[in-house]
Design a protein around this ligand. Structure first.
Ligand SMILES: CC(C)(COP(=O)(O)OP(=O)(O)OC[C@H]1O[C@@H](n2cnc3c(N)ncnc32)[C@H](O)[C@@H]1OP(=O)(O)O)[C@@H](O)C(=O)NCCC(=O)NCCS
Length: 455
């Protein structure tokens, strides 16, 4: 398996930061003290409390699997603690059609307030994109705290998430009863089965990414099982009619003495539609509660359609959760399936260079597409002259094409927003009549993209 730590720190980043009196380096996974200092800097950067020992050792185990970089200031009070952090690792990203494309996850981007706005984040991000390309990733991806930072590096918002609230008193279930069974399980008993269930849930949902080792343990409260937060977690699993585990939820109920509670569900994993319905059914019919809140859910949940009163549910805090940055348009665009057949030219601008070029996407009726580059190295496009693989376009028929920035390519990639909406916002240019209508049909995804975790 590819080791993300094998990518050496690149010269240009080292030099760019050295010229500002800073040292940029990979943190040695075997150097426990350096790793701990890095984790402490990262948690401080996100304004989190210092991690408990169990959480710290878990963070260290995870960081050791990744390419962990820090920026150091030898003149600082504690020069062993980095003034900036970032990590990255290769990860699959599910795309429409059920395939997984090789991507590069970026996380832990922090710059100490003492060193802000000196171009450190820019240096780190641009380096991450180079590492991602070096690792063979077709895209880079991240979740973020502020939506104003990453567009400049070519990221676009590709999948949304929302908090779903349910007014328990208005719940009357009209959906089908699941043929299987929901039952409480102890987290320690579920952990053996959880990765396989999560893998199948990820595979069926465009926008979900591979779960890394240690994540599910955290979701199930197993990192520090004796902590108050872990003891409050309740876990339920859905087994289908044949007894196969197909989904699970983890939730807590907060309540005042003698008052009904409020359910908080942050972990909802369903490998089938049946499991999804069964777990919702279980959650929304919990007695002695007034409200159910489920975070990071899809903006396209079936829940309102399962209740007699759809207004028992409401959607809050809709956010642009997953951001994508296309690095290799040919690999990225070939990986996903398309909702129509047709030939579309994409003239992609990319100020950082990675994805710039003119590409012809030629989708056949079976959902698959061939993608090829048609401009030369200097970017001279021969887009309109580019013919379709199948030769479907007859003489005199207009070639369809769009002109867009790599950010917009990331945004439309999973089908989370229609190209025509971005054209209405003046962010995509239609090169010939009918191109947007074709692009809308091509990029439509059978399932709304969704990412249900932070990374
Ligand atoms: C966000 C953060 C990493 C920026 O670090 P930085 O080193 O100050 O950023 P840079 O000096 O490299 O600035 C890079 C660019 O982003 C812009 N920028 C930086 N922070 C910004 C913010 N919060 N909002 C809007 N723009 C921002 C800068 O203006 C600059 O733009 P330009 O290069 O086009 O002129 C830093 O403020 C931080 O650690 N914040 C807390 C943790 C966090 O939010 N991390 C992001 C995780 S998703």
């Amino acid at each position: 398996m590819f080791d993300p730590r094998s990518i050496p720190a690149d010269h240009s980043t080292i030099e760019a930061l050295r010229s500002r009196g800073l040292e940029y380096r990979q943190v040695d996974a075997a150097d426990e003290a350096a790793m701990q200092a890095w984790v402490q800097a990262e948690t401080r950067g996100f304004h989190h409390a210092r991690p408990e020992p169990a959480e710290l050792s878990r963070e260290l185990r995870i960081a050791k699997q990744r390419s962990v970089r820090g920026v150091y200031d030898s003149t600082a009070h504690d020069a062993a603690v980095p003034v900036a952090t970032v990590d990255g690792w290769p990860s699959g990203l599910s795309v429409p059609g059920g395939r997984s494309v090789d991507a590069w996850a970026v996380s832990a981007v922090t710059v100490s307030p003492t060193h802000r706005r000196r171009g450190i984040a820019r240096a780190l991000l641009e380096a991450q994109l180079r590492y991602a390309s070096e690792a063979g990733a077709a895209l880079a991806m991240l979740t973020l705290t502020e939506a104003t930072i990453y567009g400049r590096y070519g990221f676009g918002p590709a999948a949304s998430a929302a908090t779903i609230k349910v007014d328990r008193r208005r719940v009357h279930w009209i959906g089908p009863d699941a043929p299987g069974r929901v039952q409480f399980v102890e987290p320690a008993d579920l952990i053996a089965k959880a990765p396989a269930i999560a893998r199948r849930a990820v595979a069926r949902t465009p926008g979900e990414i591979d779960r890394w080792p240690g994540l599910l343990e955290r979701h199930l409260g197993l990192v520090d099982p004796d902590s108050a937060a872990s003891r409050a977690l309740r876990v339920a699993r859905y087994d289908d009619r044949s007894g196969q585990a197909q989904g699970f939820i983890a939730y807590t109920v907060g309540r005042e003495p003698n008052q009904p509670g409020v359910v908080e569900c942050d972990v909802f994993v369903a490998a089938t539609d049946e499991a999804e319905r069964a777990l919702w059914h279980f959650l929304v019919e919990l007695d002695f509660v007034t409200e159910i809140r489920a975070r990071l859910r899809s903006v396209d949940e079936p829940l309102p359609w399962l209740l007699e009163d759809p207004r028992a549910t409401s959607m809050h805090d809709v956010v642009d959760h997953l951001w994508l940055r296309v690095l290799d348009p040919i690999v990225a665009l070939t990986a996903r399936e398309y909702g129509a057949s047709g030939t579309l030219t994409l003239e992609v601008a990319d100020p950082l260079g990675h994805a710039a070029g003119t590409y012809v996407l030629d989708a056949s009726g079976d959902g698959h597409a061939e993608v090829r580059r048609t401009d030369d190295a200097e970017g001279r496009a021969d887009a309109v002259a580019a013919g379709s693989r199948s030769g479907r376009r007859s003489r005199g028929q207009t070639a369809h094409g769009l002109r867009l920035d790599v950010r917009e390519l990331g945004a439309i990639y999973l089908g989370g927003v229609r190209p025509s909406v971005l054209a209405r916002a003046g962010r995509i240019e239609e090169l010939s009549p009918g191109s947007l209508a074709l692009a809308d049909r091509l990029f439509a995804a059978p399932r709304t993209p969704h990412l249900s975790i932070w990374f």
